[in-house]
Write a protein that binds this ligand. Structure first.
Ligand SMILES: C[S@@+](CC[C@H](N)C(=O)[O-])C[C@H]1O[C@@H](n2cnc3c(N)ncnc32)[C@H](O)[C@@H]1O
Length: 248
């Protein structure tokens, strides 16, 4: 995580931060942005719960910061406001929960909001094609099983977008790409347990007759994944990406 923020700090160099928008805020991005020398900081979330989590983890906002709850799909939300620096940190992949099918429009909203520099962080989707390696395949199976539980419980799955989609839409929206960097991912035991615990926590929401078989399946996958994770010192698959862009 910090390798990504370190990279953005290095890309930004000695430029001023000025007014900053954290377009999809959370504990990590806001903690990091509080450490920049911004004149003002606007942090946006779609969820009141996120505001409470941030306050619990980071304490109250300093004088130059406001945390705003709203939905980017609302055309009046932060209308006509522009920022010197816009950070979209895992925003696009989280949007299906708040504004499904709005991801392309979101890139246009980012263009309207950005007067200087955009840093967009995303995760390349890893649940589409079955990977060739054993460690990749086990992460793929975990992701697919997690999505199965979400769907069976009547909830939405994550929907990450590929780097190629993002750069194409940035260009269409009137950005020029300044820099692209990929960060290969090594999933650790914490990821395995967090994803599979998400499944177990939803067991009561899946149909009764599937519960026992699914619970056994989760624990067998956990056993296999943790064994491989320990043997290979992590499970390598896919990458996060950072795109730096400016209005063309
Ligand atoms: C995965 S979190 C971002 C992670 C965060 N940057 C961190 O440091 O942990 C996604 C954020 O984007 C927000 N979000 C997603 N879609 C949104 C929308 N349509 N309007 C406003 N906020 C949205 C979510 O509420 C959440 O605050």
């Amino acid at each position: 995580m910090s390798a990504i923020f370190d990279h953005i700090a290095a890309l930004h160099g000695k430029r001023n931060w000025g007014s900053v928008l954290d377009a999809g805020t959370g504990i990590n991005s806001l903690r990091w942005l509080r450490g920049r020398k911004a004149d003002s900081l606007t942090a946006v979330t779609g969820a009141e719960l996120m505001v409470r989590r941030i306050e619990e983890a980071l304490g109250p906002s300093p004088a130059n910061e406001r945390i705003v709850t709203g939905n980017w799909a609302d055309p009046d939300f932060l209308r006509n406001e522009t920022f010197d620096v816009v950070l979209a940190d895992y925003l696009i992949g989280a949007m299906d929960g708040f504004a499904p099918y709005f991801q392309d429009e979101m890139i246009e909203r980012l263009r309207l909001a950005c007067a200087g520099r955009l840093y967009l962080v995303g995760l390349e989707p890893y649940v589409l094609d079955k990977p060739a390696s054993a460690e990749g395949e086990i992460v793929f199976r975990i992701g697919r099983l997690r999505d199965t539980f979400l769907l069976l419980s009547g909830q939405k799955t994550y929907r990450e977008f590929p780097l190629t989609w993002v750069t194409r839409h940035l260009e269409r929206a009137g950005f020029k790409t300044i820099d692209i960097r990929k960060f290969p991912i090594r999933y650790r035991a914490r990821f395995v347990n967090a994803q599979l615990d998400m499944c177990i926590n939803r067991l009561h929401l899946v149909p009764d007759d599937l519960r026992t078989a699914l619970a056994d399946h989760v624990e067998e996958l956990r056993r296999q994944a943790l064994r491989l994770e320990a043997k290979n010192e992590g499970l390598r698959l896919g990458f996060d990406y950072v795109v730096a862009a400016e209005p063309a």
